[in-house]
Design a protein around this ligand. Sequence first.
Ligand code: SAM
Length: 239
Amino acid sequence: MDEHSIHSPFFFDLYVKTTSKKERRGIAQLEKLREDLLKNETQLQVEDFGTGQSGKRTIADIAAASLTPPEFASFYLELAHYMESQRVVELGTSLGLTSLYLAQKKEASVFTFEGCHDIANVALTNFEWSGKKNIKLIEGNIDQTLPKFLAEHARLDFVLMDANHRYGPTIRYYQMLTKRLWEKSVLIIDDIHRSDEMEKAWKEIRENIFVYGSIDLYRCGILFFDPALNKQHYVWSLK
Ligand SMILES: C[S@@+](CC[C@H](N)C(=O)[O-])C[C@H]1O[C@@H](n2cnc3c(N)ncnc32)[C@H](O)[C@@H]1O
């Protein structure tokens, strides 16, 4: 894929200004935090929301397994800037690194959802360390916290779905969120090719009547809701 094969002016501009950027190293201060988390052997009590099972894991383990890599975290920030997003929602905070990337956009309010108490506490410590005041962590199972949040917030500009990577919750959360999206919203679904059930969820959501454009970046899928986009679907990679 290169810019010459993109005929839509919106996607052409988006590609040139965000996706095709050659240098994407991440934000130095946040990457130092990632390094520290990757070395942190503190044990946390962790609950798995898919299976309901719980056990002990080190922060280092969680950081290695769960965090969005720097090139994608910084791309999400660029996308939030490009879309001029203000109300930002992240389902699945983990240790809060991607929340901190998104909160670099000063005009944005970031609402991030985490169910595991010990993990949420580490994220809160990281938010305090950063001094960022535009992040709010909503603790609890998204099945309960999201409907309550959506009842209190009329419009969302940017949503990253990165919590429970199963078919049922992905479809359910999408259906709840879609009522609060508008034509300038963008919604990202992480891990769309991780399993057959995520492939199925991605295919169904991409074909949803409200979706007017999508980009498959392999790691994640991005959806757009502006009718002017005329149902354009692309497969790109981050350079
Ligand atoms: C892949 S991690 C999130 C990574 C994070 N977005 C980042 O980029 O750094 C997924 C997180 O979602 C949380 N989670 C999964 N299902 C959940 C649910 N139903 N309610 C609340 N949190 C949930 C897990 O505890 C885990 O910390």
